[in-house]
Ligand binder design. Structure first.
Ligand code: ADP
Ligand code: MG
Ligand code: MG
Length: 211
């Protein structure tokens, strides 16, 4: 079935970069409403740095590709989101087998580790109006569908939809983490920028896995 190699990681990042560039005005607008209007710029810089660090020649293992991406995000990208996205990819790099390629189940298990790592760093839970509101339901959907034997592309498509729903679910919420939390009730009625970019992460995964 699905074997995911370092080229797959490069495809995922390439597609994410394209989606982030397309969505940059929206990410900027969302962060202007409840933050400091730099999430679009932070994310385009982030995906550009990831593409640069991966280069043209794939790393030897999927795990190495994830780790390179994680280091680039954690080290070079400012804002709250850089280290948080960095933690996701560093956890993926640490938890998947260090073999040339990995199985779909390895990626799913890695995504659970990534969510734990995100929580360990940012301490946000579902409902705090953060990236976690998109990522947690997406990981749950992925695990659930893979556990009942759904084809991987179907599971990833469902996860992408869950992430998009999760991002929209942040609109009425009051932020409890990050700079939006300082706004208190004035953060209500706006979609969280980080949850929006996290939905793009899963949409890019869907497109990278293919039909
Ligand atoms: P900054 O807020 O430093 O300018 P960004 O604008 O790039 O950084 O990212 C803001 C996003 O980071 C928020 O929309 C939110 O989704 C996410 N975020 C902030 N703090 C946390 C946290 N503690 N845990 C998870 N996500 C967080
Ligand atoms: Mg910001
Ligand atoms: Mg900022």
């Amino acid at each position: 079935d699905h074997r995911l190699d370092a080229r797959f990681v490069m495809r995922w990042i390439d597609i994410l970069d394209r989606l982030v560039v397309e969505a940059e005005p929206q990410l900027t607008e969302f962060d202007a409403a409840i933050g400091d209007a730099d999430h679009g710029a932070n994310m385009t810089r982030a995906t550009c740095a990831c593409k640069a660090v991966l280069g043209d020649v794939p790393p030897l293992t999927t795990a190495a590709a994830f780790s390179e991406v994680g280091e680039a995000l954690a080290q070079y990208i400012g804002g709250a989101s850089g280290p948080l996205y960095g933690a996701i990819f560093l956890a993926l790099g640490d938890s998947v087998p260090a073999t040339t390629d990995i199985g779909a189940g390895d990626l799913v298990a890695g995504m659970r580790e990534a969510l734990i790592s995100l929580h360990n760093l940012g301490a946000a839970v579902v409902g705090d109006k953060t990236m976690v509101d998109a990522i947690a339901p997406a990981v749950a959907e992925l695990e659930q569908l893979v556990s009942v034997g759904a084809p991987f592309p179907e599971a990833v498509a469902a996860a992408a939809e869950a992430a998009a729903r999760g991002a929209r679910s942040t609109i009425p919420l009051r932020a409890r983490k990050g700079r939006a939390a300082y706004l208190g009730p004035r953060s209500e009625g706006h979609q969280d920028p980080g949850a929006t970019s996290s939905a793009l992460l899963f949409e890019a995964l869907r497109l990278a896995v293919g039909p």
